[in-house]
Each structure stands twice: as structure tokens, then as C-alpha cells.
Design a protein around this ligand. Structure first.
Ligand code: AMP
Length: 477
């Protein structure tokens, strides 16, 4: 476990990190590109900057990619050129930097063993070193992406099959990697031995298989027998069926990402075998037990905090009501590069319902406070709408350190809880009271035997991120 020295900033002040969504479909005879698109649309919340789909005809891999929301990228019959037996899709999240089209995944290359494509979710923390090794061997790269490094390493790896090449290379990778490789004939789902990021597979009731970052995408496609790819596992999907190939042993201490429960995953997904919605409701209930307050109504910051607010309301027996509406057609405020623009973005995104709020003592539940911009703007909005008191309750602990494993949280300096004590944050956001759930309370709500990564709340990193903090790498996954 590594702890970064206090005060150290990440290299991402102008190029923060990303979460991403992966979707793969193996179903010869069906419109795999269209199915992949439908699945990918359920993963839009994991990335809104760019998207791509590649399809193998059995001989070659063709692809279409573009910037923007998935529906924009694949408007105008753009998929009609993509016909084949398997498809791989990726949707990418980016914040302030790295909009270059060359970073859009899947990456597709030609190798000595045929075409190969890759879609990646996570961050490789030793990518700098691996990249230098490739360059020293004369391997050319088109970007600073860690995902491209993974692909090039597999292309040149020892082994008779793709599964063997992946197995032989995987131990060299440190960090978070949920991956789907696409070859001419099949898909290879791979999860790092810590299990940082989610990845699940499912079967179509008639014939064929799918793999996705979140189970909600598999449900959308009507998959059955859905299961998570285990930490360290390689799952091959091809004409022989769905088969486990030798991969890596899972780490004794896994590092599943708590933030998938808190915020990132969609409420109708499962993570670590648990319903995200139920976990969030339990977090809200736990928060109500830990930090009760007399009030007239409980409202949520829509939409990720709705289950936690419902949990809080049920437990406290205070009415749950709508106090805010969200415009779902405005992108994440995180995408704005300056605080000023971000705050403006928050006003574009949320509006208040004054008829519900006037004269009321309001409990505002959010799932997380990162920079503090959202809470500050919303507390003001709620007060301006006539609320008598605004009490903020947060269903995750204070975020004190950045994520090096793939969730955008900004730098140390940007994290408000890194700079300020809870009461100072309360003053900054203008709330009458502010309480965060405790780490123990959150883990009690998650209620799992699995070991989680809580580095963003504790500064205890499950892997050595020291080298990464001086890396020139910009993860694109
Ligand atoms: P902030 O305004 O920086 O405090 O952001 C907190 C809000 O952003 C909360 O309402 C969260 O639901 C949401 N949020 C938390 N983590 C992320 C993230 N990694 N990317 C985008 N939004 C986030």
C-alpha cells in the first residue's frame, strides 16, 4: 500500500483522468454493430466525449469513431458499413484535455497475427516505463495513451494464441485495466488482478455473448446468465463458446473501486454482485443514522444521489420530495475547464422547484463533494427558492486524494476536502449543517467481504502510484 506525501499534486492539473465504457458483442449472423451501439448507449454516463465501434468481418476489422455523444457519432447510417461477426465499442470520458481524435478507442492495428483492436477502462500506473521499453525496441506509437501501449505489447508478445499473449504480458501491467481485445475471430475480456474496474459477461438467450463495463448494458440487450469477469481472469468468446483462459491469480487484497457504488455506475447495474441502487439506499439510511437533523423534507441532487436521498428519507421518516430538476441534455459540469465556467454549467444543469421548497427546512443529499462547486451553487439556489434551512448530507466520506486508477477527481489542490476541514467546507458551500458518511458507515452499507480501494478517502493506495504521479502519461481510457 502506498501513501503519497501530503501536498503533492498529481500531473493532471490540465489533463485529468477518465472513466470509460466498454461493450463487446459476439453473435455471427446478427447485426453486431447495432447491438453494440444499443449496449454502448446504456454506458453513455461513463463517457461523453467520444465513441467508437469496430467490427470484425472474420477477415478484417473495420471501424467508425468520432467525438461527442454516442448518438451523434453514430447518426446518419454510419453503422451500416459495419457488418461482421463480432463488435467492440468504447465510450470515452474526458474532462479538460485530450480531445484529440487519435485518442478515440477502440484502437485498431494490424499485427503479424492479424488485425487486433482494444478498448480499455482504467489507468496503467507504470505506463511510462512500458512506453519507453517499446520505443527503445523501435515500436512506434501514435499517442501518449496507456491503452495504446497495452495493445502494442500484446501485438509483439510471445504466445501461440491471443489468450497466451495476453497472459504472458498481463503481469507487466500495474494499475487498473478492464479490457476487451477484438481479433478476427473473437473477443477477449480481461480484468486486472486487483479488480479495480467492473466488467461483466452475459449470454443472449438464443445464441451469442456480450461483455460490458456494466450489467445495465447487458440487461438492455436482453442477456441472461450475467456474471462478472473475475480479477485476473481472461475470458475468450468465439466460435468455441465462452471459455476461461489461464490468466493471473487475483491479488490477495483486491481493490474494487468504491466510487462505482458511490457515483459512477448506473443505479440499475450490479457491482461486486450487489445492486448499485440498493447499496446507495443503504448508504443514505446509514447517513441518516449517523447524522440526523430535524427537517421538513429530504431532496436529492439528481440523479446519482436519488437512491441515497430515498434511503435517508425512509430511515429518518422525513418526507422525500423533488426540490431540484436536472436538465439531462447538458453535459457533465466537470467538462468545463475553469471553476467559473463550471459554476455556470451547474446553473444550466439544475433548476429548483420553489413551490416545494418555500419556507421548508431542507436536507439536501448528494453522493459526493469533489470540488464543492455543485453544493455551493445548489445550496444558494435552494435558499433563493425560499428554503428556511439547508442541511447537506453526503453519502461518501470527504475526498482527500485523487484517483490514479481511472476516476476523474481532479488534483489535490482542486479537492475541497484536501484543503479545508468539514466546517470550513460547510461555510464555503453556505449550508446550515454538513455531514459526510463515515468510511465505516459506507463500508457497512456496501456490506461485502471483498476488499475495496478507498484511496480517494484515505490516501492509502493499493498499488505504487508514486511513479505515476510524475508521469507524462495522459490516460485516454
Ligand atoms: P463538485 O461540484 O466538484 O463538488 O462535484 C460534485 C458533484 O459531481 C456531485 O453531485 C457528484 O454527483 C458529481 N461527481 C462526483 N464525482 C464525479 C466525477 N468523477 N465526474 C463527474 N461528476 C462527479
Amino acid at each position: 500500500m502506498t501513501t503519497l506525501p501530503l501536498g503533492e499534486t498529481t500531473p493532471f492539473s490540465d489533463s485529468p483522468k477518465e472513466e470509460c465504457g466498454l461493450m463487446g458483442v459476439y453473435a455471427p449472423g446478427k447485426d453486431v454493430a447495432q447491438m453494440c451501439l444499443f449496449g454502448l448507449l446504456s454506458l453513455q454516463h461513463r463517457g461523453q466525449e467520444a465513441a467508437g465501434i469496430s467490427v470484425s468481418t472474420g477477415k478484417q476489422i473495420d471501424y467508425e469513431k468520432g467525438t461527442g455523444m454516442i448518438s451523434n457519432v453514430f447518426a446518419n447510417e454510419r453503422l451500416s458499413n459495419l457488418k461482421g461477426i463480432n463488435a467492440l465499442g468504447h465510450t470515452r470520458y474526458s474532462t479538460t484535455g485530450g480531445t484529440s481524435t487519435r485518442n478515440i478507442q477502440p484502437y485498431v492495428i494490424e499485427t503479424a497475427h492479424g488485425p487486433l483492436a482494444l478498448a480499455h477502462n482504467g489507468n496503467i500506473t507504470n505506463a511510462d516505463k512500458l512506453r519507453d521499453e517499446l520505443l527503445a525496441k523501435g515500436v512506434g506509437l501514435t499517442s501518449f495513451s496507456d491503452s495504446e501501449v497495452l495493445l502494442m505489447m500484446i501485438a509483439g508478445a510471445k504466445g501461440n494464441t491471443w489468450a497466451e499473449r495476453i497472459k504472458n504480458t498481463m503481469p507487466k501491467w500495474e494499475g487498473a485495466f478492464s479490457l476487451v481485445f477484438q481479433s478476427r475471430t473473437g473477443l477477449y475480456a480481461v480484468r486486472d488482478p486487483w479488480g479495480f474496474r467492473p466488467l461483466s459477461i452475459g449470454y443472449f438467450p438464443d445464441w451469442g455473448y456480450a461483455v460490458a463495463s456494466e450489467t445495465c448494458a447487458l440487461n438492455t440487450l436482453g442477456c441472461i446468465k450475467i456474471r462478472e469477469v473475475l480479477p485476473g481472469e481472461i475470458v475468450v468468446m468465439n466460435y468455441e463458446g465462452v471459455n476461461k483462459a489461464p490468466g493471473m491469480k487475483a491479488k490477495k487484497k483486491t481493490a474494487f473501486c468504491t466510487f462505482e457504488h458511490v457515483y459512477f455506475s448506473r443505479a440499475d447495474s450490479e457491482w461486486d454482485g450487489q445492486s448499485i441502487n440498493s447499496v446507495r439506499e443503504r448508504m443514505g439510511a446509514e447517513l441518516a443514522r449517523e447524522a440526523p437533523v430535524e427537517a421538513d423534507l429530504v431532496i436529492a441532487v439528481p440523479s446519482s444521489a436519488i437512491p441515497a436521498a430515498i434511503g435517508y428519507a425512509k430511515e429518518s421518516r422525513i418526507v422525500y420530495s423533488s426540490g431540484l430538476t436536472k436538465n439531462n441534455y447538458v453535459g457533465r459540469t466537470f467538462i468545463q475547464p475553469t471553476d467559473e465556467l463550471r459554476q455556470l454549467g451547474i446553473r444550466l444543469k439544475f433548476n429548483a422547484l420553489p413551490y416545494n421548497l418555500e419556507g421548508e427546512r431542507v436536507i439536501l443529499v448528494d453522493d459526493s463533494i469533489v470540488r464543492g462547486n455543485t453544493s455551493k451553487a445548489l445550496v444558494k439556489l435552494i435558499r433563493d427558492s425560499g428554503a428556511k434551512e439547508v442541511h447537506v448530507r453526503v453519502s461518501s466520506p470527504p475526498i482527500i486524494s485523487p484517483c490514479f486508477m481511472g476516476v476523474d477527481m481532479g488534483t489535490y489542490d482542486e479537492l475541497i476536502a484536501h484543503r479545508l476541514e468539514v466546517d470550513e467546507i460547510r461555510q464555503y458551500i453556505g449550508a446550515d449543517s454538513l455531514h459526510y458518511i463515515t468510511l465505516d458507515g459506507m463500508m457497512k452499507a456496501i456490506n461485502s467481504k471483498t476488499t475495496y480501494c478507498n484511496a480517494c478517502f484515505t490516501r492509502d493506495y493499493p498499488i505504487d502510484v508514486q511513479a505515476f504521479s510524475s508521469s507524462k502519461f495522459k490516460s485516454q481510457s
